[in-house]
Design a protein. Structure first.
Length: 102
């Protein structure tokens, strides 16, 4: 697998992970609202739906930018594969360290 394919896959997986986390958060919000009763659920459901719609719209707006950045990253990897791969590994390690401290 080429470095470009790996990087593109990682970017895609990262975005998919973020969308999945948002879906889980929305589901958790809906469960919490349901526990507060029918009246609270009705008002909360509307807010959650609006939030979900807003998030969906925002993701739709971001997708072209993400695609452009993926193409730019792909060109950079093709032109200079070693520094990009080392940089990606370093960023990944730093992110892992930061996330493990939570």
């Amino acid at each position: 697998m080429s470095a470009f394919s790996r990087l593109r896959g990682e970017l895609s997986e990262d975005l998919e992970d973020q969308v999945e986390r948002l879906r889980h958060e929305v589901a958790a919000m809906r469960k919490t609202i349901a526990a507060q009763g029918a009246r609270g659920y009705s008002a909360g459901h509307e807010q959650v739906s609006e939030l979900y719609d807003e998030i969906s719209e925002r993701l739709a707006e971001l997708m072209p930018q993400v695609r452009r950045q993926a193409r730019v990253a792909g060109r950079a990897v093709r032109d200079n594969p070693a520094p990009i791969i080392v940089g990606a590994v370093v960023v990944g390690l730093l992110a892992t360290l930061l996330m493990s401290r939570r």
